[in-house]
Design a protein around this ligand. Structure first.
Ligand SMILES: NC(=O)c1ccc[n+]([C@@H]2O[C@H](COP(=O)([O-])OP(=O)(O)OC[C@H]3O[C@@H](n4cnc5c(N)ncnc54)[C@H](O)[C@@H]3O)[C@@H](O)[C@H]2O)c1
Length: 335
């Protein structure tokens, strides 16, 4: 579909030296990978596949966004070189990354991962446009954190080539990727996806398309119980979190995690899970009340803890390696 007119910063065509698949060292990942959307997650996904050896093209909606996406990927690659995560020189890595505003740039890709904002209609439209330029055998994945993979697949002509690849934020620090199998995903996808995720240096968790996949469903279940315990006066927020951190080796307690994710986001997820999985996910009154008061967690300065900049005043500094699963679900979303 669209090529946006104007001065594309690095609109690429397959087989140009800029998009140098010959120089790649592909092992276990598709030789050419496309990423739709070069924002927070898309840039991380492009960085991960580039490090693993793929030639990556990121398609953005306009020139400025493409330029910003390229800068994000390049900075992440530079950090990996500085930290010794890769022995490859930055120039060689950068040669394998290109950005474009033209969906046709995806045409030689064996896999395209969609990472545009969490909006059912936007994703459906974008995925359809991606599918149109790909070979029949190519795979298309969505990085949705909450939408139904099957609902997205309804928009596609080849739903058997479609699945979910749920990366966590920030991508370089996270070692988990959920592989979400839709009802119509082809049977050979699972083995291929396991191999790709392994080649990215991460661990796959394979789940059937269902509300909350595995991660959000379990994470939210624990958090809601922690809120009920706080409501009932079983223990303080600090002590409830400490029980999980010290007793069960969770890196961050459930209430502090909720503060980091955003109480409004978790309320939206809980409402969606309650509507799909049943009343055990009904949000506790304390959560509704805090959201109504505007106590949304870290972003508003107060949630279950009081936050001073990036750290809660009554608990240790949070780790950055959480999936801060973003926007609240909209109609039809899964979390
Ligand atoms: N941020 C997180 O913590 C997180 C974690 C896991 C999954 N996710 C999921 O990843 C997806 C992306 O989230 P994000 O945080 O990276 O968002 P983001 O806003 O940082 O990035 C989205 C990008 O998509 C681009 N875009 C919008 N419409 C486009 C179009 N039609 N064509 C091409 N590009 C387009 C935007 O310009 C932007 O750069 C969402 O589905 C989100 O739910 C996010």
């Amino acid at each position: 579909m669209s090529t946006v007119p104007g001065k594309a910063p690095r609109t690429v065509l397959p087989d140009t030296p800029e998009h140098d698949v010959e120089a790649s060292r592909v092992e276990g990942v598709p030789a050419r990978v496309g990423v739709l959307g070069g924002g927070r997650m898309g840039a991380g996904i492009a960085h991960a596949f580039c490090l693993a050896g793929s030639a990556v093209v990121v398609v953005e909606r306009d020139d400025d966004a493409a330029e910003a996406g390229l800068a994000r990927v390049t900075q992440a690659l530079a950090r990996s070189v500085d930290r010794g995560t890769t022995a490859e020189p930055l120039a060689d890595l950068a040669r394998r990354v290109a950005v474009s505003t033209d969906y046709a740039s995806f045409s030689p890709c064996g896999l395209v991962v969609e990472a545009v904002p969490e909006d059912l209609d936007l994703k459906r439209q974008a995925l359809r446009a991606v599918e149109d330029v790909l070979d029949d055998g190519a795979w298309v994945a969505t990085n949705t954190s909450s939408l139904s993979v099957d609902a997205l697949a309804d928009a596609l002509q080849r739903p058997d080539r479609f699945f979910g690849l749920h990366f966590f934020n920030p991508v370089p620090a996270s070692t988990l990727i959920e592989v979400v199998l839709g009802a119509r995903t082809a049977a050979d996808l699972e083995a291929a996806a396991r191999s790709w995720v392994g080649a990215l240096g991460k661990t796959p968790v394979v789940v059937r398309d269902s509300p909350g996949f595995a991660s959000s469903r379990l994470g939210v279940a624990i958090a809601l119980e922690a809120m009920r315990m706080l409501e009932e006066g079983v223990a303080s927020a600090e002590d409830i979190d400490a029980a999980m951190v010290l007793g069960y080796k969770h890196p961050v307690g459930p209430l502090r995690t909720t503060d980091i994710v955003g109480l409004d986001v978790r309320l939206g997820i809980a409402e969606y899970l309650a509507s799909t999985l049943g009343p055990r996910f009904t949000p506790p009154a304390i959560l509704r009340e805090k959201v109504a008061r505007g106590d949304l967690g870290r972003k508003s300065g107060r949630g279950f803890f009081t936050w001073d900049d990036a750290a809660p005043s009554s608990a240790p500094r949070p780790r950055p390696d959480l999936d801060t699963s973003p926007a609240a679900p909209v109609k039809g979303e899964r979390t």
